[in-house]
Design a protein around this ligand. Sequence first.
Ligand code: CA
Length: 221
Amino acid sequence: MRILLVEDDPMIGRSVETALTQDGYKVEWVRDGAAGKLALDTARDAYGLVLLDLGLPRKSGLDLLKEVRRAGSKVRVLVITARDAVADRVAGLDAGADDYLVKPFSLDELGARMRALLRRDIAREDNVLRNGDLALDPTSRTVTLGATFVDLSVREFALLAALLERPGTALSKAQLEEKLYGWGEEVESNAVEVHVHNLRKKLGATAIRTIRGVGYVIERA
Ligand code: CA
């Protein structure tokens, strides 16, 4: 597995690189934020994990992380930082970090955190419905658009899940009503339209397409 290490401290960088290489990872070490951005822009899907320092020359780790998430990348990011202030950790997690590790840390601890993150990744990949920037996780009942969490009602969530199960396939209003409401439950005639309207407000006007006379579809991204 390829790991991108973005770290300007030569001592830390070298010890992490050595330890991970011994563990069988293929480590690419860059020493500033701009080089990290370049690596992720050119080969972002190639990395199983990014180890990201926050205090970096030429672009801070936080800015790098925000830009990468804004571009829609789901790559796992473990922030390694000397800054142990709560505000920095929160900012890092808000910007889309999956976990963080405060320096100084032991290499054993780093290895354990990495394995935990990668396991989480595998567990997740089974269920998550993805289409372009949009991801719906039925297990945690969360929806993300890029790096942003989107708040949905229970029925908006169910409707989106139904459409995301088969991107590119239109579902009729009746099919969607069936997914949204239980047997014998009173359904208002425009309920589906209302939920679709709300979803478009939250996800973007073009997120769900209406096919006149057929139903609704999420185009395959
Ligand atoms: Ca640093």
